[in-house]
Design a protein around this ligand. Structure first.
Ligand code: MGD
Ligand code: MGD
Ligand code: SF4
Ligand code: MO
Length: 871
């Protein structure tokens, strides 16, 4: 197979006979640009040779996607073109003070920014006209290039018409401009953390109950990673940090249906478990601990409520305690390892050994990722996970912890935030229609308080039904609420949410997109939302903006200035909003009272860094009057730890760590030492194994209900549903369980267009070898995978590394659905149906499918497919 670099050259050569001035960088050999001047035919070889001879400059470059990391990225810019990238080299690398090194995706960022498939100009679907215009052609129509003026007039015209004719609630979207224009119908839910947020908040009183900081992980004797694959989904330093803990003596156990790269790299032991059945496994572990008296009874009695009938929260039925449920005292079903094994597929002896090991090895870190909670009624997994973790008493101590990990924390899975960016100074813009649904502009992470007396909008996984049927589920017992959605507004304030691709049921989504009057997006490439839109506006990437601070790593912030001038006709969202505001009769200066440059400056000026005492924070940047003058901003001189311009040149500020410093953190230490003096904010003041508040809150969303303690109830489309008859174990129409794993090729759907990454990480469909052979399938066959919701074709990989009965696809491929309804790209959401669950979490990892050999022409590798180059 051609190596990565060789192949990369092929990609450039395979392109059209011309290369735009800015696209040639893809080969690493050919690249030139004249910022903002559009498309020009050039001879790439000569251009490349010319550029390679010129002196350039290394500029810190944002790596801004929702990728599971935060790292340092630098771009080598020659004449406005990025011809190389590198990562952190600001200090020598060491385990205590590691460099913030980037991954293969971040280092491929220039292929995205300078790709031939960048959206270059405003464009309109040929047959679209205000009001709709051949709506069924969305996704198949031709594109025509239009001027910015025409685009803005059309967009403002439709926005105005729909507001006037149908009202603001007929607009689906969320942006600063929309909030100033009277608001729009908002959505809430949890596309990322599955069911984790609400159980954690209700049971611990903390929205984010963290882990101890990474240096403390070296004190652990045992680390359990439940449904976690850091070697793929926490790129950057986490796997390196886990290796340091391992070197210091920690044993690592991973619970996963798949022998993942993390199992291979890190684990001493792998516990297989069928997807969506983890609750059964955890209950059986509890059973083994209880019947062998292995639980930390002192901790349970002092720090929790609900474990047994003698420690129930006020007002609760004593029969509703966890211990009696596990023993089967009232329901007659003891949750034995044998009972669980039939469901989760884990050997009973393995369950017993695992239970004993976690109960007797101290200190232990017991942590889960989000994947097992991305299941139908996933709250039950979270309840069971916290309960079993607490039964071991590993809370509030060094080398211990029971929590879900924050995947975005590159440096570690926990700890204090040691350096923080300041605010931009831009005043918040509330949606006047839904003033209390305000967490983040991004639908996938927006929380709604379901008991709010003010209406909350809808769960985002109900969007397509709401568009198609005109109603959605109201929170707080409101029943069905009518709606008439006419406009899908995706001119996003920043970036994010390719939701047609990334939330469940792409087929239903396409129908919904084809029903409304108007779909508008701004985008950098023709991602799925844009492919099915009417007007697409060319957006600048973060490299072409005035600068941004990226956070998400507790030990570092990334301060990245503009790298290159906007390419082609790309514009910032702020520019688009301002131009639209003028056409809508709004005052642009009221919407954006401060400039982007000033916002960047403010967030640097307000940045804070922890002091050596580990408690107080001080100013990060030293700023002089001269700096303020040179930057052309408003501000005051200040004294900090690093000069403003040095910070921007370096691109990263990282707090140096040593094992003896005072910057660490032991989550929950005060509470565990003296629960009465330091109560939690839960109703009982303790950790709640029986949590009525959780049960009530979930019920108030109006989707599904759960009891106040962890119970196993077979999920919709779970393992049980793969059988026509459970007793005789006769398999049904959809005999396999599908998991949709976060994949190395990309960050969700972002980077999926990059051929080099396509080649490095093929989008194969993975199944157990014996399962495949029983169906007469061979490695490399093209297979048809079908669920009740859609069909995909993909090349097959057979392996003993996958549990029998389980199959997997990496999530995020760009759906390519043909007229027969087959998605040849293998977007997981073509297969995963939109199902309403709990707090609006999407139950992706409880999905069932069937698999057969595909009879059509075998698939070409997708790195050889034509890119979505429009102009
Ligand atoms: N490369 C890459 N990294 C990413 C991302 C990306 O798109 N690409 N996305 C980032 C984001 S936003 C997030 S939220 C995180 C998500 O990170 P995670 O929540 O960890 O998600 P996954 O990687 O899908 O799953 C982790 C492991 O869980 C297993 N698994 C799946 N279902 C189950 C189950 O029901 N039970 C058990 N026990 N295991 C199960 C899978 O086999 C997989 O090995 O990743 C982040 N990191
Ligand atoms: N089946 C299944 N589906 C899943 C998951 C799963 O495990 N299984 N995981 C889920 C998770 S955890 C998450 S967090 C979501 C993430 O899903 P999304 O939030 O949709 O993330 P991306 O796919 O990265 O989409 C980012 C979008 O922003 C655009 N974009 C990128 N940069 C810029 C920019 O600078 N400006 C503008 N205007 N646009 C930009 C991209 O083209 C793309 O359309 O996916 C979820 N979907
Ligand atoms: S982990 Fe994320 S931030 Fe780090 S280099 Fe990769 S894509 Fe960029
Ligand atoms: Mo996520």
């Amino acid at each position: 197979m051609a190596n990565f670099i060789e192949k990369a050259k092929d990609y450039a050569m395979n392109r059209r006979s011309f290369l735009s001035l800015s696209t040639a960088a893809v080969a690493g050999a050919a690249a030139i640009t004249l910022p903002g001047c559009g498309l020009t035919k050039v001879d790439s070889t000569t251009a490349a040779a010319n550029l390679a001879q010129k002196e350039g400059e290394w500029i810190p470059a944002a790596c801004w996607h929702n990728c599971g990391g935060r790292c340092s990225n630098k771009a080598y810019v020659v004449d406005g073109v990025v011809i190389r990238q590198k990562t952190d080299d600001t200090h020598p690398d060491s385990p205590d003070y590691p460099q913030q090194r980037g991954c293969h995706r971040g280092r491929s960022q220039r292929y995205d920014v300078f790709g031939a498939d960048r959206i270059k100009y405003p464009m309109k679907r040929k047959n679209w006209a205000p009001g709709g215009g051949n709506k069924e052609l969305r996704g198949k129509d031709e594109w025509v290039r239009i001027s910015w003026d025409e685009a803005l007039d059309l967009v403002a015209g439709e926005l105005k018409r729909i507001k006037e004719q149908y009202g603001n609630k007929s607009i689906l979207g969320s942006s600063r401009l929309l909030n100033f224009y009277g608001g729009a119908l908002v959505r809430w839910g949890s596309s990322s953390s599955g069911a984790w947020g609400v159980p954690q908040e209700c049971m611990t009183g903390f929205f984010s109950w963290k882990g101890n900081d990474r240096l403390d992980w070296r004190n652990a004797k045992l680390i359990v990673l439940w449904g976690s694959n850091p070697a793929r989904s926490n790129l950057g330093n986490p796997t390196y940090n886990l290796m340091q803990a391992k070197k210091a003596g920690a044993k690592i156990i991973i619970v996963d249906p798949f022998v993942t790269p993390s199992v291979k790299t890190l684990a001493d032991k792998h516990i297989p478990c069928r997807p969506g059945t983890d609750t059964a496994l955890l209950l059986a572990m509890a059973y083994h601990m209880i019947t062998n008296n292995l639980q930390d009874q002192d901790f349970l009695d002092r720090c929790t409520v609900g474990f047994d009938k003698d420690h129930m929260p006020e007002g609760a039925d004593p029969k509703e305690n966890f211990k009696d449920y596990v023993l089967g005292t009232y329901d007659g079903v003891p949750k034995t390892p044998e009972w669980a094994s039939e469901i989760c597929g884990t050997d009973p002896q393995l369950i017993k050994d695992f239970a004993k090991e976690i109960a007797t090895t101290k200190p232990m870190i017991f942590t889960s990722s989000f994947a097992p909670a991305r299941t139908y009624r996933g709250q039950q997994f979270c309840q069971a996970f916290l309960t079993v973790g607490w039964m071991t008493g590993n809370v509030g101590k060094p080398g211990a912890g029971v929590f879900t990990m924050n995947y975005a924390a590159n440096q570690s899975y926990g700890g204090k935030t040691l350096v923080k960016a300041g605010g931009t100074g831009l005043p918040p813009a509330k949606n006047p229609l839904f003033p209390d649904v305000t967490y983040g502009p991004y639908d996938g992470y927006r929380w709604a308080n379901p008991t709010n007396p003010v209406a909350n909008g809808m769960a985002y996984c109900e969007t397509y039904d709401a568009i198609l049927n005109g109603k959605y589920t109201g929170t707080n017992g409101r029943g069905k609420v009518s709606c008439d959605i006419r406009l899908i507004w995706l001119v996003r304030d920043g970036y994010g949410y390719n939701f047609l691709n990334q939330s469940s049921d792409v087929n239903k989504g396409i129908k919904a997109f084809r029903k409304v009057d108007f779909v508008v997006t701004n985008d950098i490439v023709l991602s799925t939302i844009s492919k099915y839109a009417d007007i697409v506006l060319p957006a600048t990437t973060q490299w072409e903006k005035d600068g941004v601070i990226l956070q998400g790593n507790p030990e570092a912030i990334f301060v990245t200035p503009k790298v290159v001038e906007p390419l082609y006709e790309a514009k910032t969202e702020e520019w688009m909003d301002r131009e639209l505001a003028k056409r809508l009769g709004l005052n642009p200066d009221e919407i954006y009272p401060i400039s982007a440059k000033q916002q960047f400056f403010n967030s640097i000026a307000g940045a804070q860094v922890i002091k050596e005492d580990g408690v107080n924070y001080g100013t990060l940047a030293t700023i002089t009057d001269k700096d303020i003058q040179e930057w052309g901003v408003k501000g005051k001189a200040q004294q900090g730890k690093i000069a403003l311009n040095d910070l921007v040149k370096q691109g990263v500020y990282q707090v140096a760590r040593t094992p003896s410093d005072k910057l660490g953190m032991i989550q929950g230490a005060d509470f565990v030492q003296d629960p009465k003096a330091h109560p939690l904010t839960t109703k009982s003041g303790k950790l709640e194994i029986h949590c009525q508040a959780l049960s009530d809150k979930i019920a108030a969303y109006g989707l599904t209900t759960i009891p106040p303690i962890a119970k196993y109830e077979p999920p919709k489309d779970g393992y049980e549903a793969t059988f026509q008859d459970w007793k005789s174990k006769h398999k049904g129409q959809y005999p396999f369980q599908l998991i949709t794993i976060h994949y190395g090729r990309r960050s969700h759907s972002t980077y999926d267009n990059i051929p080099q990454l396509r080649e490095a990480y093929p989008e194969d469909f993975v199944m157990n070898k014996r399962d495949g052979e029983a169906l007469g399938l061979k490695n490399g066959d093209t297979v048809l995978v079908e669920s009740a919701y859609g069909k995909v074709i993909r090349p097959l990989t057979l392996t003993e590394a996958m549990m029998p009965g389980v199959v997997a696809l990496g999530e995020g491929a760009w759906a390519e659905i043909d007229d027969t309804g087959i998605d040849k790209a293998g977007a997981t959401n073509t297969l995963c149906g939109a199902r309403l669950s709990g707090q609006g979490e999407e139950p992706w990892n409880t999905t069932i499918v069937r698999v057969e050999k595909y009879n059509g022409a075998p698939l070409q590798p997708d790195d050889e497919w034509k890119q979505r180059i429009i102009f």
